[in-house]
Design a protein around this ligand. Structure first.
Ligand code: UDP
Ligand code: MG
Length: 133
């Protein structure tokens, strides 16, 4: 069984989509093994998204992710990393497949409702970033 890190971003939390997104995860047989609601400091987001530090959207992304509460979850399933990316949909909600979380709920390429780890290495790092035990 594989684990991945999922975050419900501020735009979705603001619209009270937490329950709807969790029910999509559960319907797709993900087990939510850990979860916590947190309000991140900008410096935390800067560290979390360090891979993107040279990108033009980095500063806005860090401001946005620290603008309100988020729900951080560890999801467990066979092939969880790829399976979660599949149900999330493309980064830009406009390009996401019908039925995906980002197509259903995403507002724009930046306010795209959810984060999901993209590799085994990053899943491990990201889970450890939020749940050090
Ligand atoms: N992002 C953005 N503008 C872009 C590309 C990405 O604001 O042109 C934001 C968006 O919120 C995205 C996050 O930066 O989810 C991380 O980008 P990445 O390319 O890793 O996309 P993801 O893995 O989230 O699909
Ligand atoms: Mg990414």
């Amino acid at each position: 069984m594989e684990q991945t890190l999922s975050i419900i971003k501020p735009d979705a939390m603001e619209r009270n989509l937490e329950g709807k997104i969790k029910s999509i995860l559960k319907k797709n047989n993900f087990e939510i093994v850990k979860e916590k609601k947190v309000k991140l400091e900008k410096k935390d987001v800067e560290e979390f998204y360090k891979v993107h530090e040279t990108k033009p959207f980095y500063n806005d992304l860090c401001n946005y992710l620290s603008s309100g509460p988020v729900l951080v979850m560890v999801l467990k399933k066979e092939n969880a990393i790829a399976e979660n990316r599949k149900i999330m949909g493309a980064t830009n909600p406009k390009e996401a497949d019908p039925g995906t979380i980002r197509k259903e709920f995403g507002i724009s390429i930046d306010k795209n409702s959810v984060h999901g780890s993209d590799s085994k290495e990053n899943a491990k790092k990201e889970i450890n970033f939020f749940f050090k035990d």
